[in-house]
Each structure stands twice: as structure tokens, then as C-alpha cells.
Design a binder for this molecule. Structure first.
Ligand code: MV4
Length: 451
């Protein structure tokens, strides 16, 4: 096992990883920008190294600075968390060449599944359901229009390197497709330095279902069930839960089996997530993408399975076998997570950084809080606005919702604005309670409240 690991991240996920390391008897090294010197991750780690000024490009995204810190601290491995360098296969390659273990999948798996075009090709070969469309990248406008006419409109143009909805355009006819293709390619080139796009049938009413996968370096790949992340706004997930209230056991087995097939085909190890659209009308699944990292919402799966995903990532990175099989993975109860952001929902979700004078987190039965915040902490304006994750676990979904209502009412964060009131409202929304929602539900709801 590793003696010392470096956490190349900040905020709640850095705290989460430091806690796992401590319980495993592994020494932790935090890195931080000058904006984060008072963050809990700096205090909780065994050692902390300042790596630069606030901009991510000069700190958490800066490979030479992170590798230098790892060399100075003499760590065995680096955990990248989520975001920042977590899905950068070049960073994983640099770690390998420096003889530092990257706590994540192999460089090869990241490359195979990270690009959406190659990921979809592997999926098709392995009978993982995908939305009908181009076989690979689009070569020309004529190519795109020919495919769109074959599959029928509406279609969606997607960037191979895309994420967060960038480089994506929906088209209902040839004219819109021609211009959507141009703008998607330009956006993808600007954002990712890669103009590769593909076209597929657009699914109009869908839920977001994703499967947690975990594998070791000995060829074992298992799933830990699904999460339902349908409650989102502008590609930012708001609420995640497991199990999905929309699936029956047969559908669950189908989607989880497909996720495992895809990851096995890519020689995958570590934690990963295979995202699907679930077409509400046809009840069909369609692959969206694979996230080759631990995700923000991993705690809901930890609570229903009792498996510590971060510790498992560290163990398999050190070469250990999983030590359990698919039939050993038991699911119990219902877990729901809400992401608390320092944003003002009443003002179009503008960021609301600043000093938190009072931070009183909820507790009690069935409540887990993952946060780096405390009374007196100042939320810096430089990074994403998530300040806490509130996760509940109860025997049933109704009980989990009741506990979330209670916990949200206890939660006091002052004086900055947060999304706590939005979540309190959603916990009383009939459509959410009955789970009669699709991926556009929150946006429609907020739009209807404006008038
Ligand atoms: C789609 C889709 C409908 N049909 N693909 C959005 C992010 C990117 N990863 C894929 N996305 C979508 N792909 C087909 N064939 C609708 C979306 C989509 C979406 C998906 C999940 C959660 C929220 C979303 C919001 C808008 C569009």
C-alpha cells in the first residue's frame, strides 16, 4: 500500500480523499492556491504545499507545479479528484513517466473512453445501446445532412471532446443543421482545441441515468448500481439519487450490464461512470458518455452499497484486487444528494462568494455532509460555487425526502446566498415527489415561476 499520496484538488473532494487516506493509514499531502490557504483541506492534510496564485491555470491545472510538489513531498501516488486534471490523459502519462501512481484508470482507457467518438465506436462493437447516427466523425456538411435525412430530424450535433453541454446543437432541418454544424465545430475548437463532431438522433424527453463502475488491475469490473441525475439545470446537476425511481429491476440490469461491458472492453480499472439517456416514451437507454473519474455524486452510491469508492480507488491503484464480486454488492434503502452552491437562485443563480459568518450544518440520523466550509470561512470567487453536499440515506425514498426537508430546514449558512431555499422548494414539488420529471424539468419550472 502507498505510504503517502498527494491530492491534486481543493474543496470538499480534497477533504473527502484526505479522510479516506487517514483512515487507511496513508499520509496525505494537500496542495493549495493562495485563495485557499484557509480551506479545511489544508488544515486536515498531514502536509500542505502552496502551488500558486488563484487562477486554476497557475495552480490546480498546472502540471509542472503539481508534479514538483509531488516530487518534493516524495509521494507514491496522486489522487486528482474530479474536475481540474482528473480526466486529462496527458497528466496521467506525466505521472507514469515520473513513477508516481495516478489514482484513476490507465492512460489507454482514458483515451479510449474520454473521446466521445471513440467511446461510441467501442460501445457499438459491444452492443451497448447508442442513439442512431454517424459512424464516426462528421467529414462534411453533405455527410451530416445525408445522415440526418436517414435517421430523421431532430438530430443533435455533439463535440467529441465536449462536456457540460458545450459544442452541442439541436437541429430540426437541413438549414439549421448546416449552421449548427459550423457553430458546434467552432465552439469545440475554441473550448477543447478539437473540432471533431458527430451527429445522432435527438431524444426529446429523457431522464439522466448513470451507472457507477469499479474495476481493478486484474480484469475485474463490477457495477455499483445506478444514479438518477435527471434534476439538473444548465448541465449542472442539482439532485442525484439511487436507486432511480424510474427503473424496474429488468431495466436496471440492462443498463448496469451495458456499462460493465463497455468498461471491460476498454480494460477499465478504478472508479468510472457510464452516463445514459433513458427515453421516457420508449424506455430505451442510449449511451451519452463515460466519466473516467470519481464523481461529485459518488456518496449516494456509497450509502446504498456500503462500499467506500474513494478507498477502493486507492486500493486498486496500488494493485490490490477488488476482493468482492458482483453478487456481494448489496443495495439497501434510498439515498439522495443535493448540491449546495454559493449562488443566488432569485437572481439567475449569480455566484455569491464571500465570508460565511455562520455555517451550521445539519446532522442526525441518516444525514451525511461533505463540505470544506465552516463558520468564518470565505468562499473565494475563483472556483466553482459548490460549498457543500448534503446526502441522506433512509430505508425508503419518501423517508429520504422527509429527512432532506428536515435537514435543509436545519442548515444555516449566513450571510451569503445559497441554493438551500431552491432545494427546500424542490423537496415539496409534486413532480419531484412522484418523480414525473425529465432533464428539462427544472428549467421549465423556474421559467414558469418568473411570470
Ligand atoms: C443528448 C440529448 C438528447 N438526445 N443526446 C447534454 C450533455 C451531453 N453530455 C449530452 N447531452 C444531451 N445529449 C441525444 N441523442 C440531450 C442532452 C441534454 C442533456 C442530457 C443530460 C442532462 C441534461 C441535458 C440537458 C440538455 C440536453
Amino acid at each position: 500500500m502507498f505510504s503517502r499520496i498527494l491530492i491534486a484538488n481543493r474543496g470538499e473532494i480534497a477533504v473527502r480523499i484526505i479522510r479516506a487516506a487517514r483512515e487507511m493509514g496513508i499520509s496525505s499531502v494537500a496542495v493549495y492556491s493562495t485563495a485557499d490557504k484557509n480551506s479545511a483541506h489544508v488544515r486536515l492534510a498531514d502536509q500542505a504545499i502552496c502551488i500558486g496564485p488563484p487562477p486554476s491555470s497557475e495552480s490546480y491545472l498546472n502540471i509542472p507545479r503539481i508534479i514538483s510538489a509531488a516530487e518534493v513531498a516524495n509521494v507514491d501516488a496522486i489522487h486528482p479528484g474530479y474536475g481540474f486534471l482528473s480526466e486529462n490523459s496527458h497528466f496521467a502519462e506525466v505521472c507514469r513517466s515520473c513513477k508516481i501512481e495516478f489514482i484513476g484508470p490507465s492512460v489507454e482507457s482514458m483515451a479510449m473512453l474520454g473521446g466521445k467518438v471513440s467511446c461510441k465506436q467501442i460501445a457499438i462493437k459491444n452492443k451497448v445501446p447508442t442513439s442512431p447516427g454517424s459512424k464516426g466523425k462528421i467529414e462534411s456538411e453533405e455527410d451530416a445532412i445525408k445522415i440526418a435525412r436517414e435517421i430523421g430530424y431532430p438530430v443533435i450535433v455533439k463535440a467529441s471532446a465536449g462536456g457540460g453541454g458545450r459544442g452541442m446543437r439541436v437541429a430540426h432541418n437541413d438549414i439549421a443543421l448546416a449552421s449548427g454544424l459550423k457553430s458546434a465545430m467552432a465552439e469545440a475548437q475554441g473550448a477543447f482545441g478539437d473540432a471533431t463532431v458527430y451527429v445522432e438522433k435527438f431524444i426529446e424527453h429523457a431522464r439522466h441515468i448513470e451507472v457507477q463502475v469499479i474495476g481493478d488491475q486484474h480484469g475485474n469490473v463490477l457495477h455499483l448500481g445506478e444514479r438518477d441525475c435527471t434534476m439538473q439545470r444548465r448541465h449542472q446537476k442539482l439532485i442525484e439519487e439511487s436507486p432511480s425511481p424510474a427503473l424496474n429491476d429488468k431495466q436496471r440490469e440492462e443498463v448496469c450490464g451495458a456499462a460493465v461491458r463497455l468498461c471491460k472492453a476498454a480494460g477499465y480499472y478504478s472508479a468510472g461512470t457510464v452516463e445514459f439517456l433513458f427515453d421516457i416514451a420508449s424506455k430505451q437507454f442510449y449511451l451519452m458518455e463515460v466519466n473516467t473519474r470519481v464523481q461529485v455524486e459518488h456518496p449516494v452510491t456509497e450509502l446504498v452499497t456500503g462500499i467506500d469508492i474513494v478507498k477502493t480507488q486507492i486500493r486498486v491503484a496500488a494493485g490490490e484486487k477488488l476482493g468482492f464480486s458482483q453478487k456481494d454488492v448489496k443495495h439497501s434503502g434510498h439515498a439522495i444528494e443535493v448540491r449546495i452552491n454559493a449562488e443566488d437562485p432569485a437572481r439567475g443563480f449569480i455566484p455569491s462568494p464571500g465570508r460565511i459568518a455562520q455555517f451550521d450544518p445539519p446532522g442526525g440520523p441518516g444525514v451525511r455532509m461533505d463540505t470544506h466550509c465552516y463558520s468564518g470561512y470565505t468562499v473565494p470567487p475563483n472556483y466553482d460555487s459548490m460549498i457543500a453536499k448534503l446526502i441522506v440515506h433512509k430505508p425508503t425514498r419518501d423517508e429520504a425526502i422527509a429527512t432532506l426537508r428536515r435537514a435543509l430546514a436545519e442548515f444555516r449558512v449566513e450571510p451569503i446566498k445559497t441554493t438551500i431555499p431552491l432545494h427546500a422548494m424542490l423537496m415539496n414539488n409534486g413532480n419531484f415527489i412522484r418523480s414525473e420529471v425529465d432533464i428539462h424539468f427544472v428549467e421549465r419550472l423556474l421559467e414558469s415561476k418568473k411570470s
